[in-house]
Design a protein around this ligand. Sequence first.
Ligand SMILES: NC(=O)c1ccc[n+]([C@@H]2O[C@H](COP(=O)([O-])OP(=O)(O)OC[C@H]3O[C@@H](n4cnc5c(N)ncnc54)[C@H](O)[C@@H]3O)[C@@H](O)[C@H]2O)c1
Length: 351
Amino acid sequence: MSAPSTVLVTGGAGFIGSHTCVNLLDHGYELIVVDDYSNSTPQVFSRVERIAGRFAGAVYELDIRDRHALSAVFARHTVDAVVHLAAAKSASRSMMTPVEYYDANVGGTTALLQTMHEHGVHRLIFSSTSSVYGHAGPGPLGEATPTHPTSPYAATKSACEQILTDVCRRRPEYTVLCLRYFNPAGAHPSGLLGEDPRAAPENLIPSLAQVAIGHRDRLQVFGTDYPTRDGTTVRDYTHVMDTVEAHRFALDHLADAPGMHVFNVGTGRGSSVLDVVTAFSRACGHPIPVEAAPGRPGDVAEVVADATRAARAWGWRATRNLDDICRDAWRFQQLNPRGYDSSSRRPEKKN
Ligand SMILES: NC(=O)c1ccc[n+]([C@@H]2O[C@H](COP(=O)([O-])OP(=O)(O)OC[C@H]3O[C@@H](n4cnc5c(N)ncnc54)[C@H](O)[C@@H]3O)[C@@H](O)[C@H]2O)c1
């Protein structure tokens, strides 16, 4: 089976999706993008085009649960493979609205699978998350580590993984490469693309960037008595450019073996919240005020990848470090103080 040349990207306007589009365009792929802009803006595509020097393909505004609209896209294009990124991704919001999260993430994935099946498309790269491991740490987490999701969000991703496993067991024509991302962060080095969620950011690095630029007074450090070296949570921050590069390696290896295959996408290095604050202060050139706050429900002490499987199978390894992440996130924040919408009267994001 030949390597895919036309790839449909769901959620292609989002943080990881927009960087994925640039990477795939740089490597000669044709793209079809679908996104409902529930957490993004179509303005991102002019930036994708500016960086990549071209935009080969088409963009459709639709909710992937709208099977009729999705099917029309598959009918119009010959799709070789799908990179499925569209999802609602806030663990804390999922605690308040679990049904919406199951509907968006599990409903979105089943609608996509049914539509792919109708159109004879059987190759999929699925965005999963290290949060499926839950309280499994400390120590590097290999793909065989039992999963224990601690939030409805993580449970929706685990449920999707189970669905995809079942599909692959019963339908030998399917190949699914499931990528469990470990804290993607940073931005495109040009400063044109970065993380610009619609609501106030919950992830550490965009929150730090907002404090550094003065949109927030201080960073709240959620939990200071975890059993880690400085009491704050430890995560495996992976530069988004490395994360998206893993998709291209995965696309190159879709023909290796049918079935469902899970890969961690992380660096294998853990950094505490205080390590990241120090690195970000270095990047922006001034200290960042912090205040201790209670730990958040569902948060776990340490989540660090054993990233050897992707290295062995594909030769993929993260090549950027925490200083690269902070430098690029800070550049994006400086060049886009109010995100992509910097020109319009967007309400300030507050703590
Ligand atoms: N960013 C992270 O820290 C992280 C970590 C682990 C896993 N992931 C997963 O990676 C994927 C991408 O994450 P991201 O950080 O780019 O998030 P994001 O919110 O920036 O991007 C998701 C995109 O999907 C779109 N979308 C959401 N629901 C949709 C729907 N029903 N139909 C069409 N479009 C829809 C949003 O508008 C957005 O553009 C998600 O599946 C997320 O769960 C992200």
